[in-house]
Ligand binder design. Structure first.
Ligand SMILES: [Zn+2]
Length: 239
């Protein structure tokens, strides 16, 4: 308290001292958020440094998309992720901003403007799909960490296993197709079936790519995949 009084004028110091503290307040300590135990390690320090270099090259201002192209997913799916990151998909809010006369509300829930973040992660319809996949509890914290969809997608591409990121990307593709089918044909898939389709499309592609080396399917079911991703994310909970 003496330190506070020394640093501030009298009125300011009293205001600071009278701010109520939460009951379970403990002594402050330094925490390294990149490790679950809060302790700094050279390994995680190196990873942070490497990722900060990857995400942006200040010398030429060019973004680095290597992590996105490196995930294990069909090329068209990776291209879709890139288009989402570049803000190219014709969502209603975006069309409206460009003076295209069209409704702006989400076609599924009608509750808010339709943009990429809403369609891929926030809409109740979409939530059902992530829940059906057993991944909602994993996706939800990512939404809190990332204000824009580009940083969320690049996070998954750079931090998560390449196969898992590929499956995640296939799910995004199915959500996009489902949105288009609903808008243009008034047809949509059940949440559980949407995930099932994404999972099996990815498995098919993966096995076709690896048929010459007889690689076994990495996940026997979508549940295997969800468990695997959970481990991945828990390992990196510090992010
Ligand atoms: Zn919606």
């Amino acid at each position: 308290m003496r330190l506070i009084r020394d640093l501030s004028n009298y009125v300011g110091a009293e205001d600071i001292i009278h701010v109520p503290l939460v009951e379970d307040v403990t002594e402050d300590r330094l925490v390294w958020k990149e490790e679950t135990n809060g302790q700094y390690s050279v390994r995680s320090g190196y990873r942070v440094w490497k990722n900060s270099k990857k995400s942006h090259n200040p010398e030429n201002g060019v973004e680095d998309w290597n992590d996105l192209w490196y995930i294990l997913a069909p090329p068209r799916v990776k291209h879709l992720l890139w288009r989402i990151c570049k803000g190219c998909l014709p969502f209603r809010a975006r069309l409206s901003q460009r003076q295209v006369p069209c409704p702006t509300n989400c076609h599924f829930c009608g509750l808010t403007e339709e943009d990429d973040r809403h369609i891929f992660f926030v809409c109740s319809e979409t939530n059902s799909c992530w829940r059906a996949a057993g991944l909602f509890d994993i996706v939800a914290p990512l939404l809190h960490r990332h204000n824009d969809i580009k940083s969320l997608i690049l996070y998954v591409c750079s931090k998560v296993d390449r196969k898992v990121a590929g499956l995640f990307a296939c799910m995004i593709e199915m959500l996009w197709q489902n949105r288009n089918d609903f808008i243009w044909n008034n047809e949509k898939e059940e949440a559980s079936r949407l995930w099932w389709l994404a999972f099996h499309k990815w498995q098919e592609w993966f096995l076709a790519q690896n048929s010459q080396v007889n690689e076994a399917a990495p996940y026997q079911s979508s549940l295997d995949f969800a468990s695997f991703w959970l481990v991945q994310v828990q390992r990196r909970r510090g992010f």
